[in-house]
Design a protein around this ligand. Structure first.
Ligand code: TXA
Ligand code: MG
Length: 602
C-alpha cells in the first residue's frame, strides 16, 4: 500500500491541554488518525467502526491488510458493544487485568468494521491504564482501533518523539504523554476457546494469568511453528527491526534476574545512576558476576573489530557494563562503541522499558551491529526475549512485500527541547587557510547541519551545539578562498565557500576549540611542538583515524598511510579530486569526531 503524506506537519499535543485533547478526539471521530500514549507503547488510533479511517491507519503504518487491529476502550461497559459474547474465562481476565497491559481476543460483534479485524470474526479488546489514554478514549466516545504507532517492521514507539520520527505528516496529531511505562506491547490472550492461549507475551505474564484461573485450566503458549497457520496474524511478520543487525549476548546460567514484577514498577527505571566509580562498591561476588556478564560483549566486539577495523558497534546493556568499559579505558574499543545503557544490568523491567527506544537510538548512531543483553527465565523475560529475538532476525527473513526497514528520518528538534545546552568546537588547520582547511570547514559545517540535533553523551537532558572553524599556520588574515577550491566545493555540495576568510592560527584560536585536526601530519607535530600542553586535542586527519583504530590496509595487508594531495597550481580536476577525498575522510571520521567532543545524534 502506498504511503502518502497528508499534512505538512503532525500536531504535537501536550497531554495537559484538555481542549487540544478534545479537539483531537473530535478529529478522530471525523475519520482522522491520532497517535496517543499508553502504558505499553504508543498507539495509532482511529474510529474502529469507520472502514475508511481504518484504511488510513493501515496506510500510514505501511501495514499488511491481513494483520488485524485491536480495539481500545475507556470503560468496561463498552466491551459488550464490540463483542458478541463474553465467556466466563474472558470475564475472569477482564476482572483481573483490565485496565492494564493486556489484550483479550473475543468473538466480535457487527459494530466493529471487518477491516479492523482483517476479516477475522474475533476482536482484540484492550483497556489501557494510562491516565492520558483513558481521558482521550473517553473524549472519543467510540471504540478506538489502534496498532502500535511505528512504521510496520520498526521498533514500537515508547515516546512521542519516536512516533513523529515514523509518522510526521502522515497523521493528524500525536498526544505527548511522556515515556510508556512498560515499553513492550500488551500480552495478547485468545479467550475464544476453553483454555486461554497467549498469542503474544507481555507484562501480564503466564504466571499472572495462571494465578487467577480456575482449577484445571492452564494457559497455552502459542508458538509459530513451520507451516502452522498463525492464530495471531501479526506473528508471521518480522518486527522491531532496527537497521543494524542485532546479536543477543546471553547472561551466564543462574544469574539472578530482578525487576520481574513489572506490573507495579516503582521508579526503578533510572538510567545512568551507576557510574564507573561505583564499581568499587560491589562485593567480590557481584564483581565476578558482572565480569561474566560483560565478557561476551567485550569478546564479541574485539572479534568484530579484528575482522573490520571500521565497524561501529552499538551496545544495549546495563549501566554496570558501560561502567566497566569506561574503567577498561580501551581507546579503540570505546571509539567504536555506542551505548544505550538501560539501568541496572540484571533488571529486566528497565531493559524492557528502554528496549525499543534503545534500538532506535543506536540506529540513529548508524552502528553496523547491535549487541543486546539477553535474559533467561520466565516472567517478563519471556516478553523481552520475544521482541529481541524478532529484532535479531536476519535481514533475508523479511516477509516478501514488506518494506525493508529504512534508516530513520530525523525530525530536527529545536535546541530548546533540552533542559540545558553545551557547546563544542572543532578546528581544521592547514598552512594557508584558503584551500584545504577552508574546504574541511565548509564540508564539516554541512555535515554538522545535516545530522542535527545533538545530545550530550553524559547528560541525558543536555542538547549540544557543535561549531566548526578553520585557520592556517602561515596564513594571512582576510584572504578569499582559492577560486578553484570554491568551485570544487560548489560542485560537490551545491554551495560555495564565500563566507570563509583566511586567518592565522594562534593560541587563542587553539584555546577555544576542543578538537584540532590538521590536514597533514607535520602540521599537527608543529602545533604540539610549540604548545605541548594541548597535545591531547591535536591530531592530523590520519593520526586521528589511527588513534581510533581506523587502519586501512592494501591488498597485501600492509597499513596504508593516506595523504591528501596538494592541488595548488594544478588543474581544476585535481581540486575536485582533493575536495572529494577530504569529504570521504570527513564522512568516515564524523562519528568519531562527535564522540571525541562528547556528543551523539538524536
Ligand atoms: O500494547 C499494545 O497492544 C499496543 C497499544 C497501542 O495498545 N498495540 C499493539 O497493536 O501492539 P499491534 O497492532 O501493533 O499489535 C496487535 C497484535 C498483532 O500481532 C495482531 O496480529 C494481534 O495483536 N491481533 C489483533 N487482533 C487479533 C485477533 N482478533 N486475533 C488474534 N490476534 C490479533
Ligand atoms: Mg505493533
Amino acid at each position: 500500500m502506498e504511503r502518502e503524506k497528508k499534512y505538512i506537519k503532525t500536531i504535537l499535543i501536550d497531554s495537559d491541554d484538555e481542549e487540544a485533547l478534545k479537539d483531537a478526539a473530535e478529529h478522530l471521530r471525523n475519520g482522522e488518525v491520532v497517535g496517543f500514549p499508553t502504558e505499553t507503547v504508543y498507539g495509532l488510533g482511529c474510529d474502529a467502526g469507520n472502514g475508511d479511517a481504518v484504511k488510513r491507519v493501515f496506510e500510514a503504518k505501511g501495514r499488511p491488510a491481513d494483520n488485524p487491529l485491536i480495539c481500545h476502550i475507556a470503560d468496561k461497559e463498552q466491551i459488550k458493544d464490540i463483542v458478541s459474547e463474553i465467556t466466563p474465562l474472558a470475564q475472569k481476565l477482564i476482572d483481573s487485568f483490565m485496565p492494564g497491559p493486556i489484550t483479550i481476543v473475543m468473538k466480535k460483534s457487527d459494530s466493529v468494521s471487518r477491516l479492523t479485524t482483517a476479516g477475522l470474526d474475533t476482536v482484540g479488546v484492550r483497556m489501557p491504564s494510562h491516565p492520558v489514554a483513558n481521558r482521550f478514549l473517553r473524549y472519543c466516545g467510540v471504540p478506538v482501533a489502534a496498532p502500535s504507532a511505528n512504521l510496520s517492521g520498526r521498533p514500537s514507539p515508547t515516546g512521542a518523539r519516536s512516533v513523529l520520527e515514523d509518522m510526521d505528516g502522515y497523521i493528524y496529531a500525536v498526544i505527548d504523554g511522556g515515556d510508556s511505562e512498560f515499553g513492550l506491547e500488551s500480552t495478547v490472550v485468545d479467550c475464544t476457546g476453553k483454555e486461554p492461549v497467549i498469542l503474544r507475551p507481555g507484562a501480564v505474564t503466564r504466571a499472572d494469568i495462571d494465578r487467577v484461573l480456575q482449577d484445571g485450566v492452564t494457559v497455552v503458549s502459542s508458538t509459530l511453528d513451520n507451516g502452522e497457520t498463525p492464530r495471531s496474524p501479526g506473528m508471521k511478520y518480522r518486527h522491531y527491526a532496527p537497521f543494524a543487525q542485532v546479536e543477543i549476548m546471553r547472561m551466564p546460567e543462574g544469574t539472578k534476574i530482578t525487576g520481574d514484577d513489572a506490573a507495579g514498577s516503582d521508579g526503578r527505571i533510572v538510567r545512568g545512576s551507576f557510574k564507573a566509580e561505583d564499581l568499587k562498591k560491589l562485593t567480590d561476588e557481584e564483581a565476578k558476576e558482572l565480569v561474566n556478564i560483560a565478557s561476551p560483549f567485550i569478546l564479541r566486539s574485539r572479534e568484530i573489530l579484528s575482522k573490520n577495523p571500521f565497524a561501529r558497534i552499538g551496545l544495549y546493556c546495563g549501566d554496570e557494563i558501560k561502567a566497566m568499559y569506561d574503567k577498561l579505558n580501551d581507546k579503540i574499543l570505546s571509539a567504536h562503541t555506542e551505548f544505550c545503557a538501560y539501568g541496572r544490568t540484571t533488571d529486566v523491567s528497565c531493559a524492557s522499558h528502554w528496549l525499543f527506544e534503545g534500538l532506535r537510538f543506536l540506529d540513529v548512531q548508524e552502528v553496523d551491529v547491535i549487541l543486546a543483553q539477553g535474559f533467561d527465565g520466565e516472567g517478563l523475560s519471556v516478553a523481552y526475549m520475544n521482541r529481541l529475538t524478532k529484532a535479531s532476525g536476519k535481514k533475508e527473513e523479511l516477509t516478501p512485500g514488506m518494506p525493508a526497514p529504512a534508516r530513520p528520518v530525523r525530525t530536527p528538534l529545536p535546541i530548546d527541547a533540552f533542559k540545558d545546552t553545551s557547546t563544542a568546537s572543532v578546528l581544521f588547520v592547514d598552512d594557508n587557510n584558503i584551500s584545504l582547511s577552508a574546504c574541511c570547514e565548509s564540508l564539516m559545517r554541512l555535515m554538522l547541519e545535516k545530522n542535527e540535533p545533538y545530545i550530550s553523551n553524559t547528560e541525558d537532558d543536555t542538547g549540544f551545539e557543535i561549531y566548526c572553524e578553520s585557520a592556517g599556520l602561515t596564513a594571512m588574515d582576510g584572504m578569499d578562498p582559492d577560486p578553484d577550491m570554491d568551485k570544487a566545493v560548489r560542485e560537490l555540495t551545491g554551495l560555495g565557500m564565500n563566507s570563509i576568510e583566511s586567518r592565522r592560527a594562534n593560541p587563542a584560536v587553539y584555546d577555544c576549540n576542543d578538537l584540532i585536526l590538521t590536514v597533514r601530519d607535520e602540521q599537527a607535530f608543529a602545533i604540539v611542538k610549540a604548545f605541548p600542553e594541548i597535545k591531547d586535542k591535536v591530531f592530523s586527519l590520519s593520526t586521528f583515524a589511527a588513534a581510533n583504530g581506523l587502519v586501512m590496509k592494501d591488498s597485501s595487508g600492509r597499513v596504508m598511510s593516506i595523504s591528501v594531495p596538494d592541488p595548488s597550481g594544478e588543474n581544476y580536476e585535481t581540486y575536485l579530486h582533493t575536495a572529494k577525498a577530504l569529504n570521504a575522510w570527513l564522512e568516515l571520521l564524523f562519528p568519531y569526531i562527535l564522540k571525541e567532543l562528547g556528543a551523539s545524534r538524536v
